[in-house]
Design a protein around this ligand. Structure first.
Ligand code: GTP
Ligand code: MG
Length: 198
């Protein structure tokens, strides 16, 4: 699949504000600073479409980017940063859980994880929540440019290992680098298939 046209549509602070048309959302979530906004820019080939920052917590609202007048790429706020409450119950903001669990537009979710790190508890808890609720999702490893091939294979393998302790079926996994454009074609192909499946 190719992206020809990408335009910012709106920022929402509540799910009641997301676009009311029937176009479906392909959304990106993950810890603050993992590279969600960068990945959206990389996929659309439009630097600056989504705001990128070295300071975690840059994206605070749900941002819809309309793609080829046919679907939306959605940039979600990061989790795991500046939480007001440390209790596990509240570690994912209401905005995030409302969107993920209740927004009908949400067609497929990519959970971004930093390829350099051991599986993080907060990501595992988020993935568990998705699994329990039957939300369709895949895992996208980011910042692959910061690792050698061997390190990358080891870290992806480690993720498979940890997830297979809990799940019989593993989610799809894709490796990307927004810096180098790695994984762009594969991710676009995958999104094309998701959207084709209706
Ligand atoms: P929040 O909106 O704060 O939740 O962050 P985010 O997940 O949208 O991350 P963002 O795209 O703003 O990127 C965070 C930092 O990581 C920036 O300094 C990016 O330049 C850097 N970054 C993102 N993707 C990559 C990548 O593939 N490779 C490298 N080397 N750096 C990256
Ligand atoms: Mg962001």
């Amino acid at each position: 699949m190719q992206i020809v046209k990408a335009e910012f549509r709106c920022s929402s602070e509540r799910i009641s504000q997301v676009p009311s048309d029937s176009l479906r959302d392909i959304a990106f979530i993950g810890r603050s600073n993992v590279g969600k906004s960068s990945l959206i820019n990389m996929l659309t080939g439009r630097n600056g479409l989504a705001k990128v920052s070295g300071t975690p917590g840059k994206t605070r609202l749900i941002n819809h980017f309309r793609i080829d007048d046919a679907w939306y790429l959605v940039d979600l706020p990061g989790y795991g940063y500046a939480r007001t409450s440390k209790s596990q119950r509240n570690e994912f903001s209401k905005l995030i859980t409302d969107y993920v669990l209740r927004c009908e537009k949400m067609h497929y979710l990519f959970v971004l994880v930093d390829a350099r790190l051991e599986p993080q508890k907060i990501d595992l808890r988020f993935i568990e929540m998705l699994g329990m609720n039957g939300i369709p999702f895949g895992i996208v490893f980011t910042k692959a440019d910061k690792l050698s091939k061997t390190q990358l294979a080891r870290n992806v393998g480690r993720y498979r290992e940890v997830l297979s302790e809990q799940w019989e079926e593993l989610p799809p996994m894709l490796v990307t680098s927004s810096e180098r454009g790695t994984g762009r074609d594969e991710l676009l192909e995958f999104i094309g298939q998701c959207l084709a499946q209706g």
